[in-house]
Every structure is written in C-alpha cells, then in structure tokens.
Design a protein around this ligand. Sequence first.
Ligand code: NAD
Length: 312
Amino acid sequence: MSDRVAIIGAGHVGAATAYALMLRGLFPEIVLIDAITELAAAEAEDILDANALARPARVFAGSYADAAIARVVILTAGAATQGTASRLSVATQSAAIVASCVTQLIDAGFKGILIVAANPVDLMAWTAFRRSSLPSARVIGTGTLLDTCRLRQAIASQLNVAPASVDGVVLGEHGDSEVALLSSIRIGGLTLEKFAPGIVDGGKLAREVRDAGYKIVTGKGYTSFGIATAAVRICEAIVRDERVVLPVSTLLTGQFGVSDLFLSLPCLVGAGGIEQVLIPEMSEAETAALLNSASIIQKAIVGLAIPNMRHE
Ligand code: NAD
C-alpha cells in the first residue's frame, strides 16, 4: 500500500479536502476522481499552483485503478442539500452514488481505509460498508467530528477561551437528531456552570450547533472548510497511528442494544482505522436522545434498501 490518498468527488468538499491535505503534508500523492473528469483535472491543477509555496505533493486526476493502492480513500461524492433541507432528504440519491463508487473501488482491489463524508453520512458510511468487503474498522464516517468542532468553537466564542481548551462532544446522527453531551463539557476540568455560572444556555447552544450547517448552506450554498478539516484530522490519526479519540461514525455491534447501523460514538483511531469504540458516561436524558437518534437512522435505513454485498 502506498502513501497515497484518493478523494472520490472533486466538488466543494472534495476540493477543499485535497487542498487541506496538501497544506498539511500528510501524503506525497493525492488523487482526485470525479464523474466530471475535467473538474477533477482542473482542481488538481489549481492545487498544484500552490505546490512551490507549500509542502509539495503530486496531485492529479485519476481513476479507480489509481485509488486502489491508496492507503486512505475519502468519499465525498454524494447529493448535496440546499438551504434547510434535512440531510436525510437526499439519502436515496446519495446512496446510489456511494454504492456505485464503492463497488468500483472494491472491484479495483482497494484494501485500505475508507473515510465517508457524503451525506447523510451515517447512512452513507453504512451503505459503503454494505457494498464493500472491508472490515468495519476500516470504514469510517466523518460523523459528528464536525459538530463537535462546532460545539467547542461555540463555547469558546461565548466564554473567550481557546477551543482547544474546551472538552465536549456531540454524538449520534450527524443531523437533526444529534446529541450534544452537555454533561461532558469541561473547561480546565470545570463544568460549564462552574466555569461561567449562568452564561451559557445549554439548550440554545445545542440547537445552534445542530443548525450551524444549515446557516452556512443558506449563506454560501454549501459547507466545505470544516468538513475538509475533519476529514484531514481523521487521516492524520491514521497516518501517524495516533490512537486519538475522535467522535466518528462507526458500525454499532450491540452497543445500547443496537447493531447494524452507523452512528457516532467516541472511537480510538489509529493506523488500523477504528481500533476501539467507547461508550461515554451520559445522563439518562442523553442516553434516551442517543437511542432516539439510532432509531431515526434505523428507520431511514429501511427506506434505502441497499443490498448486502458482504460475504460473512
Ligand atoms: P458537490 O456537488 O460540489 O460535489 C459532489 C461531486 O461529486 C461533484 O463534483 C460530482 O460530479 C461528483 N459525483 C457525483 N456522482 C459521482 C459519481 N458517481 N462518481 C464520481 N463523482 C461523482 O457537493 P459538495 O458540496 O462537495 O458535497 C459533497 C457531499 O458531501 C454531499 O453529500 C454533502 O451533503 C456532503 N457534506 C458532508 C458534510 C459532513 O459533515 N459529512 C459536510 C458538507 C457536505
């Protein structure tokens, strides 16, 4: 396996991810694949213009044969939502694209780690898993890593502290039923209430984080920088074998009595992909909200009717 990353889908998210990966210098080779080959080629050329002033990488538009030897493939090809339309509204459309891309990737011989960013991401990671022969550890949905960044940033802005000093996590669906674990938030070991009594309204904070994507899509038509950085962060954890805990979408195998669906829990991410799935301490209300999130994903899965291509 090479030190190559491939990105399927060279639209807003794919191009921003390729650019962020190049700036981070994680991979010497970055392959872009898109149904519109001219778009992939143009984005690769645009990024190469930065090569002389950044960490040089070989960036090029390629094929599934080029992606087959990649260590990591990031799947961003999917249907994009508009305005305040729920991510779940494009599930069928995205699933057809994801199923087609994953089938071609696996047929080409890919054996690396697949990171799925296409929305609705929990359903698309599940679709990718069902259509592939990869172990569940090697299929990772970007999940609520982005929402967690939004939570930490929102608290940081309100309290004038660095986001790196805000500990807290969003779990469940990357979507309307996501669960901000308000009970988990710590700043220097202090709860929100102890750090800044009466300042942060937890319910309002959770709603703002949940709706942050809609606000950006309404303003500029899409989101790209946050999700690109989240995808790069997962790549970094893999390449450097960090075993860092990230909230990403993973296959549930009985946690909370739920299995055969993807949703975000804190996961230990290293060279092998997801090496351990953790169950954090939660309040009763948070556990109930997480189960509700799982049941919403489960219902949406039933509507997808993706055939299982796994032989196990
Ligand atoms: P976009 O329309 O700009 O890009 C999608 C690209 O996929 C297009 O260039 C299109 O040509 C390509 N494509 C479509 N079908 C293809 C196929 N079969 N094979 C190869 N390429 C194909 O959309 P975008 O704004 O880049 O968003 C991409 C996806 O990422 C959407 O599903 C969007 O909802 C999702 N997204 C996810 C997150 C997250 O947090 N997970 C955040 C933002 C966007």
